[in-house]
Design a binder for this molecule. Structure first.
Ligand code: E4P
Length: 224
């Protein structure tokens, strides 16, 4: 199971990787717009420095034509490194770009997945990650968890090395349901992941344990 964060905010990334078992960072052009770094590649190199080579970095192309997506992928790899996962929306052109880039051995995250057959096509084309958009699929009145379950079954049955990285979350319950449905990874905003720990029961348990300890040994007398 992999927890990935969907942000390019440097402070947020530093804080998240210190506290949580985060194994990667994803973004898309809209996320980039929210942070609007002056120099995109400098910013992404800084993220690479923060997260190191052991965590994955996923950067999305913006072109619409396959050949241009491939050129953008090459530029991303030149500017950062070859380990960056190139996020390619699974349009008809995107699928062509995925096939072209996989021939070169490029790591691919197939994104903007709304439909099971889109996921199956990207899977067959060799994508390393498949990113179904959970909240957006739900907003269209469709069931993102059935999609995840079916694609996950296919991955297991045919023994693909591909992972589902469920994306587009607006709440913790969606993340839990995506993992329960079989997603091997999730990418979510840091604020939503931190929400998991905003639980009065956790705070009360910690306060009660502290109160019991210090009532026995006296205020200030910790385990140290
Ligand atoms: C992954 O990186 C996706 O682009 C992202 O999770 C989409 O999220 P949104 O539906 O909140 O825009």
């Amino acid at each position: 199971m992999e927890f990935i964060i969907d942000t390019i905010d440097l402070e947020e990334i530093k804080d998240a990787i210190e506290h949580m078992p985060i194994v990667g960072v994803t973004s898309n052009p809209s996320i980039v717009k929210n942070t609007h770094p002056q120099k995109f590649y400098d910013h992404m190199r800084e993220i690479r420095n923060i997260i190191g080579q052991d965590r994955s970095l996923h950067i999305q192309v913006t072109a619409k034509k396959a050949e241009d997506m491939v050129k953008e992928a090459h530029k991303i790899h030149e500017e950062i490194d070859d380990a960056v996962y190139i996020k390619v929306p699974v349009s008809y052109e995107g699928l062509k770009a995925i096939k072209m880039l996989k021939k070169e051995g490029c790591p691919i995250t197939a994104t903007a997945i709304y439909d099971e057959m889109q996921a199956m096509m990207a899977l067959a084309a060799g994508a390393d990650y498949l990113a179904p958009y959970v909240n957006r699929i739900g907003n269209l009145g469709n069931d993102p968890y059935q999609l995840i379950a079916n694609v996950s079954t296919r991955i297991d049955h045919d023994q693909y090395p591909t992972k589902i990285v469920a994306a587009s979350f607006k709440g913790v319950q969606q993340i839990r349901d995506a993992l329960d449905a079989g997603a091997q990874a999730v990418t979510a905003p840091v604020a939503i992941l931190k929400q998991i720990f905003k639980n009065p029961s956790i705070d009360k348990a910690v306060d009660d344990f502290n109160a019991d300890w210090y009532s026995m040994y006296g205020e200030g007398n910790s385990l140290l």
